[in-house]
Structures are given as C-alpha cells and as structure tokens.
Design a protein around this ligand. Sequence first.
Ligand code: FE2
Length: 584
Amino acid sequence: MRDELPPQPAPANSPAVPSASGITSLSDQGPRAASPVHVVGDPSIAVVGHGGQGPFSILPPMQDRPRVLVVDDEKFIRDILADFLGMEGYEVRTAEDGQQALTEMSRSVYDVVISDLKMPKMGGIELLDEIGRRNPNVLTVIMTGFGTVETAIDAMKRGAYDYVLKPFKVEEVVHIIQRALEKQRLSAENLRLREAVSLYKVSEAIAASLSLDEVMATVCDTALQEIRADFVSTWLDDGEGGFFERNRMIAPPRGSVHPHHAYFDPLSPEPARVEGPLVSTDPNTEPVLDDVDADVVRAHLSMDPMLIEHGVRCQRFFRGGSGKPAQSVIAVPLRAGGASPRLIGWILAASFSPGRRFDEGQRKLLSAVGSRAAAAIDNARLYEDLKATFKQTIQGLARALDRLDRYTSGHSDRVAMYATMLAIKLALPPELVEIVRQSALMHDIGKIGCVLNLNKPGRLTQDDYEAFKRHPSHGRDILEPIKFLQPLVPGVHLHHERWDGKGYPLGLSGNEIPLIARIVAVSDTYDAMTSDRAYRRALPHEVTIAEIERCSGTQFDRNVAAAFLEAIEELREQKLATGEDVPE
Ligand SMILES: [Fe+2]
C-alpha cells in the first residue's frame, strides 16, 4: 500500500551508505516501510513506486516530479538511493552501468543523473562524456570512494555538477540533488528573463497602440511565438458580467508561415471572421480543438492569478468532447482599473503536442505580456467607446435632421445603404466601405447650419438656394475638428461636386473629386429622385436610372454611375425576392 507511505524527509539517523567494502548494513536504517523498489522487466532497471499518490498526498503529481537516474553496479546502493529519493518526491530509476544508463536516457528524459565512477562495461567518466554530448542539459553527480578524489575532480572538470564521497549519508545526496535542481531551475529562469527583454519591445508596441485589434493581435502573436503555444485564446468582459472570446489563434501547421486566426467581433451578428481554417480540412487527421470553458477559467482566475496545469489536470479548462485534448495550459488574468483592479479578461495558451509542457518561466512571460496588455486593452476599449459614442451622436443628429419633415425621413439611412452597396460593387476594402457608409449617413449633417425651410412648397428663392448650397461646407466644419471623423469629411464636403466641374462648393472636376464623394453623389441623387418631395412626387425607378445614365459623364463619374446601375438592379432583385419595399 504505497499510498500509506508518509512522504517525510529522511530520518536524521539515516544510514551512511557503505563503500564497496561495506561499512553500514541495511539493519541500520531504523524503522521504515518495506523497500518501495519494484523490479520491472530487466531486473537491473528498477522503478520506485508512486509514493504519495493517494488522496492525502503532499507530493506533486507524478508528471511534475523531477526525474533522477541512479547508476551504480552495487544493487544495495541503487536500492537505498532510489528508496530515499523516491520518498523525497523524485521519480527515480536505476541502472547498473553506463551503458544501461544511456539506454534508459534514450527512453525518457531525466533532470539529474547520479553515477558511480567505477562500473563494469561503461564507467562514470565515459558516461559523463556521453551525457555531455547527448543531453547537455542533464546535471550529473559523481559518487566515488576514498582515494579517487582526483578522479572526482577530473569528473567536475569534464562537466559534472558535483561529487559525493563514499560512504555518504543519504541526506547529503538529497541535498546535492536539491541544489542541482535549483541551479537548473535558475538557469532556465535566466533564459526566460533574456526572452523577457526581447518581449519588452513587444509590450512597448502594445502600449503605444490605441487600436484594440492591433493590441489583441500582438498578444496572440507573442503567445504563439514566445511561449511556443499551439493555441491561444483571448477573452474580454462584455460589460454585462459575462466574457466573450475576442481572438483565437492556432499555431500554423509545420511548413506554413501564418497562424490560423479567428477574429470575433462582438458587435457583429456573424459568429466569427476566420482567416484560414480553424481546423484542418481533413477532420480525420486534425480533430477540432476543444472549446475553452470560460466559467472554469474565470472561477480559477478570480481566486488565483496562477494557472498552469498539465496532463489530465488541464483538461477541465476545456469543454471536453471530440476535440484534441490539451497537454498543458497557462492562463493569465487581464486586470485593469487602478487601485482596485477588476478582471477584464484573460489570455489562455495551450499545448496540444504530446510531451510539450509549459514551465513556470513561460507562465511568467505570458503574465508580463498580460499585465502590459491589460492597460492598453482598457485604453483602447475606452477610446473605441468614445469614438462609438461620438459617431452615434452625429448619426443621431443626421437622422433627427431627416425627421424634421416627413419628406426626408429615412433619407440618410437609404443613401448610406446605396453608397455601401456601391462601394462593395467597386471592390473597395472593408475599412473603406465602412468610411463610405458613415460618410453617406452624415452627408447632409451641414443642413443643421441652414436656417431655412427647405421643404416649403414651391421653388426656392435665389437666397434660399445660396444658403442651401452652404450645407456641404457646414458639414465639413462640424466634422473636421473631430480627429477620427476626418476620413468622413470628403464625402460630406464634396457630395455636390460634379464630374464636369459645375458643382459646388469648390467646383472640382473629374478625378479631383475624391471617389467617396462621387459615390455619395450618385447614391444621394437616386434616393432624392425616388422619394417624394414637397414640390414633386417620387419619380419611378426606371425614370431615375435613365436620368442617371443620361447624366453619366457630366454630373457623375461614368464608371461609378455604371457600377451603381448594375448594383441597384441586383439589390432590387434581392429585395423583391425577400418581399422588401423598393422604389417603384
Ligand atoms: Fe446634400
């Protein structure tokens, strides 16, 4: 019953282990459990039982224990070291000479090898040299009897970490191994620190960015490259007590350059915009990845900012099922908000590759990225909120203006719809389509500055008309002081310019007129003609398109007008098919 073995340190009166001549016998060991060494297969390779794996164990789980290989031709020494080191929480295996040790090391990874010097077949020095060649990260400790101190020193010169002289007390060996592992841990951390310096530049880039997309992309890239994760998923709070997955990136398959990237837009009804497949096209070779279980991750991070788990223990952070099981996972909280920071999200990185586990250094690295990114994410979201609020205010104004009289009600929204349709038809990139849409929505915002009734029956007086013609300039004056609305200005300011130069307010012609303004111009005209006005009834669709065709090359850019006519027919067909209203 190994579960009952108390995982205590070796007793103070633990035995001195005999030299080859034998000084101490097993009977000196005092009361302790029967030897936990089980001989497996090859009788000379022994495996220590899994002491302390029961429900009350204070030992780390098997897979987290440092691994030690004891090499000695004396079975007694192998057994007693395996026994005591096993009780200290190490996972120990033994080999009876250098050759067996190398065979064992080719099967599993070891942190420390403790070896006798004089053994048949292959001695300690030869083994040391081989380890130096094959596994330079493994620390070696040499055991030797009196009279061979010179050789022990030689071993140190050849790269051994330390030596012990026989006879020794087991605590001495335990102490040396603890020190060796500590050294190993420190040098690994040192390496990570050096990586952190390179990360500094990344975090500077994060801090300098006001774009949430940019910040999130940098965070994901960093996690994939610096942490060498297979999968990274970022989550943000939705402002209503919940969290949503903002970005997900999967390391590229071998040989490809770009990570597979999924971008989740919480404002969009579409579930995700995916660049590259999230899963391989062949579901048999590359199963779908399990989804992150946000509730479990959140519950953990709310209590404890440290989250690093391996093997079966990390699978509870995923909604298990058909997906590839995670082998190792790190999550770090994103906290923002000054004196009493709140959880605004987290970054989760996972390894799905068997045998590849994250270490504490990698968790610290990700944590550094997270703490840097959190403030930037908070700022970017505040900035975006601010922008959204500004835009909503202006758009609200534009719509309110439309509603001032029944004739122009819904005009701005319809012009925005036609302009968006046209921008897509002209194959503009999505960010420009959005600028066109917003600009069209606000194109008549300047009418706010025209104190006159534009919809009074009868014709406008010359004075009325002159005042009306100032609305594009008023629109520019309203938008221009607001930096992030500046891209919308050309569409607002110049939507009454004409291709032949006879428009206003500047009288620009041809390609002098920005494309965005040419798009808004034709969209505005189509809606104005197909809507009722105070002074006339709406014109039929056919009459309107004939007029646009007639004015193509004079009032309108020929290419833009042609694209509009094509697109408007497609839009009408779509709308008719779904039973929506269209101009007659
Ligand atoms: Fe206008």
